[in-house]
Design a protein. Structure first.
Length: 201
């Protein structure tokens, strides 16, 4: 649960420290972008977050036992953390066009990351038959709807720049995923203490 709390706390703190930064219109990646005043704070904390995600994935993998879907969830968490670490040299560059080589690479890694988020939630939903499955499906639908809205707004303005509400839409997705990860961690913690049965319940 430390990983999502650290990520959300970093986003909020950095956004508050950067004068004139807009949580509604500016991308989350701008806080760690090369040239951003908040990069010295955000970049190291994101690395810590990614290490915690990998550790969480290892814990989920170890806990999963015979629950194959939970095994896959743990494996995807590990890979997503490693992918995030691999993407750190490809940070966004402020002041450069969205289509610049550096920002294009950043966008590619970000897009692959989103795919992993969706897969992680999807397999997490399959791993449990209780309320968590419905919660996971609801989270998936929220992320998909937000993505469609973002794509529609970008298309409406020719795709030459992020949509006007890009920061808000991106945070709906990111915060939704972070909350889902924290809930999964809580479920596993309770199960480890005997409050729930392992997976498929």
């Amino acid at each position: 649960m430390l990983a999502p709390m650290l990520w959300v706390g970093t986003d909020i703190l950095a956004g508050m420290l950067w004068k004139d930064y807009s949580f509604i219109s500016q991308a989350i990646s701008e806080l760690s972008a090369i040239g951003a005043p908040t990069r010295p704070l955000v970049a190291p904390l994101i690395v810590v977050y990614l290490v915690l995600v990998i550790a969480f994935g290892l814990g989920v993998w170890r806990y999963a036992s015979r629950n194959r879907a939970l095994h896959v969830t743990g494996g995807l968490l590990i890979v997503s953390g490693l992918l995030g670490l691999a993407s750190t040299p490809f940070s966004m560059h402020l002041g450069e066009a969205v289509s610049s080589p550096a920002n294009t690479m950043h966008s590619i890694f970000a897009g692959v990351g989103v795919i992993f988020f969706l897969l992680i939630i999807g397999f997490g939903a399959v791993a449990y038959r209780n309320w968590f499955r419905f919660y996971s499906i609801g989270t998936l639908l929220t992320l998909l709807v937000a993505g469609v809205v973002s794509f529609g707004l970008a298309a409406a303005q020719g795709g030459i720049a992020p949509p006007q509400w890009f920061g808000l839409i991106e945070r709906i997705n990111a915060y939704g995923y972070m909350l889902w990860m924290a809930v999964l961690a809580l479920i596993l913690l309770l199960a480890e203490r005997g409050g729930l049965e392992k997976g498929n319940n």
